[in-house]
Ligand binder design. Structure first.
Ligand code: SF4
Ligand code: SF4
Ligand code: SF4
Length: 347
């Protein structure tokens, strides 16, 4: 890394390119290919076809639970055959997921990138931000992503297929997903911002979708990655993270000074990255493999991003000094400070 290019900047460039490709990419690769890629993509990116909300890997799971598994169970058919499409979807997801692991979150996902942009806007506006959420709150929020995955991606669609709940609950996660609204708006399609009054169920779901999107917009200015913390894709990643080839490793004892700078830098408030001293594998369930903890660790090679055994990026005292300085300068420059200075100068 040079003085000008640091890991965070490189990641932002990759995220920007990924955003452009995932929102407008069908113009390059064609609708059919875009459709196939987005259906297996381990990130929330549903405007890939540029025509209407398309889908990420969570929608085939919901459809298969509803139209395939639930209905086959109802009709007394062969359950293994009914599960086959879901297993194929899972297999395709895993084939992609294994290559980048949770870095699909930190480097590729359009919604993850958008929340980082919101955070930067909050910083630049000089808003009073909460850089780290209280530990108790973080721990209480963590289970929600599993509840949303199990209930909205698998449970309710299955019950809809069995006829136990209404058909509006056939794909409930997609009905409330903020990525559907964001990426379609980015593609110039406003049709996903609506209140559906065709039934009470659809009305409630569309209301939740708009509220969730609005809350994400507002909180994103003050808190880092607010939606990621409850995202079901994060839970799905967490379940398979041990097979991914990108790894985050730590040489705790005797080299880690327990300074806590890694945890402070972490946008997901993973304090375990600082306290873990025994385990070498520190890819925790909420990690997005953004690499900020490695950038802000001042001790040589204590934290490392690796591709299997190949080091990609290591903690380094000289890099840390440069990075800290650059971060300090970046944080100082905001519109509020500029405006106060101007007023002070004018007075
Ligand atoms: S956790 Fe965040 S970055 Fe990862 S898929 Fe969900 S929204 Fe995207
Ligand atoms: S633990 Fe490190 S790599 Fe993972 S999300 Fe936190 S800062 Fe990013
Ligand atoms: S920043 Fe590095 S030295 Fe400090 S607690 Fe984290 S891993 Fe240990």
């Amino acid at each position: 890394m040079t003085d000008r290019l640091n890991l965070s900047l490189l990641r932002k460039l990759v995220q920007l390119l990924a955003f452009l490709f995932l929102v407008y990419g069908s113009a390059i690769v064609g609708f059919y290919t875009a459709d196939k890629i987005s259906g297996a993509l381990p990130a929330l990116a549903c405007a890939y076809d540029q025509q209407t909300a398309d889908y990420c890997t969570l929608i085939p799971f919901q459809h298969q639970m509803d139209h395939r598994v639930g209905m086959v169970i109802n009709a007394g058919g062969d359950l293994l055959k009914a599960l086959l499409p879901s297993l194929i979807t899972l297999g395709t997801f895993l084939l992609m997921f294994v290559v980048l692991n949770k870095a699909f979150c930190g480097w590729i996902c359009p919604l993850g990138f958008f929340q980082e942009v919101l955070s930067l806007i909050g910083q630049k506006l000089g808003l009073r931000r909460i850089e780290s959420l209280p530990e108790g709150l973080v721990l209480r929020v963590r289970p929600f992503k599993w509840v949303i995955l199990l209930l909205l991606v698998f449970g309710l669609p299955l019950l809809a297929g069995l006829g136990s709940v209404g058909h509006e609950l056939g794909s409930p996660y997609c009905s409330i997903c903020p990525s559907r609204i964001l990426t379609t708006l980015a593609a110039g399609d406003t049709s996903q911002v609506y209140l559906d009054t065709s039934s009470d169920g659809y009305f409630v779901l569309s209301l939740i979708a708009n509220l969730l999107f609005g809350l994400m917009l507002a909180w994103g200015l003050f808190v880092r990655q607010p939606f990621c913390r409850i995202c079901p894709m994060l839970a799905l990643h967490a379940a398979f993270r041990s097979i991914g080839l990108v790894r985050l490793v730590k040489q705790g004892k005797p080299r880690c000074e327990k300074c806590g700078l890694c945890a402070k830098a972490c946008p997901m408030d993973i304090r375990e990255i600082h306290t873990e001293m025994e385990q070498r594998d520190v890819l925790f369930a909420d990690c997005t493999l953004c690499g900020r903890c490695v950038e802000f660790c001042p001790d040589k090679e204590v934290l490392q991003l690796k591709y299997v055994t190949l080091p990609l990026f290591k903690a380094d005292p000289a890099y840390f000094k440069r990075r800290k300085q650059a971060q300090g300068q970046w944080e100082k420059r905001n519109l509020l400070a500029w405006w106060r200075k101007r007023r002070g100068g004018a007075a």
